[in-house]
Design a protein around this ligand. Structure first.
Ligand code: PCA
Length: 203
């Protein structure tokens, strides 16, 4: 079984990205499963381009795309990727699309193909800080998620895929006061358990 995990580099005025911190703390092997870890640039054009190549080369059975969502309180497993880009700030290439589709002549949205509710219930039963999110936003994370689901659909790839938003981490630099955050340890445990659960569910 092959698992691909991606994270993003810091963006905007930030010097850290919680998704990158979590990716670094995850092992290369987990219960006999090999984890391929890749850091993608926070760029609308370049990140999906790199992911497209990775999906073709690695042919993963499971892809978890990790990104930071500062201000959220839990690890959020995203339900849906929408065909819209609208950036509040420029990406790391200076590009800030406004109200344009990710792809023309493509569906309005794609749902994740993981067993979302079962996964989140499983994690919550173990007191892990997990929840379903119904919006991945309209910035680079949603764009990457949309491209991944579109490729899986159009190339009929046998691959489970979801986007996971990680809150700020305790001790992360430049976090505004009174902003929710989680410990890196609890985020890592949540992602590890999610990988184990999804690996079992895809057998
Ligand atoms: N979070 C941003 C893009 C990169 C990241 O880590 C987002 O939620 O779109």
């Amino acid at each position: 079984m092959n698992v691909l995990l991606t994270s993003f580099d810091p963006f905007g005025a930030e010097v850290q990205n919680s998704s990158l911190e979590i990716l670094r703390r995850l092992p290369d092997r987990l219960e006999g499963i090999s984890l391929v870890k890749e850091v993608l640039p926070t760029q609308f054009v370049e990140a999906p381009r790199r992911l497209q190549t990775l999906l073709r080369e690695i042919r993963p059975d499971l892809v978890l795309l990790l990104g930071q969502a500062g201000g959220r309180k839990q690890v959020h497993f995203e339900r849906v990727a929408i065909n819209c880009m609208s950036a509040r700030i420029p990406d790391n290439a200076g590009y800030a699309p406004q109200e344009i589709p990710v792809l023309t002549d493509a569906p309005a949205a794609y749902f994740t193909n993981i067993p979302l509710a079962d996964l989140v219930r499983h994690l919550q039963d173990r007191w892990m800080p997990a929840a379903v999110s119904n919006s991945a936003g309209t910035f680079v994370c949603n764009c990457l998620f949309y491209h991944a689901m579109h490729q899986i659909a159009t190339e009929s790839l046998p691959c489970l895929c979801d986007f996971v938003h990680i809150p700020y981490l305790a001790g992360q630099s430049h976090v505004p006061p009174n902003t929710p955050c989680l410990s890196a340890e609890s985020c890592v445990s949540t992602i590890r358990e999610a990988i184990s659960f999804l690996a079992r569910s895809s057998e």
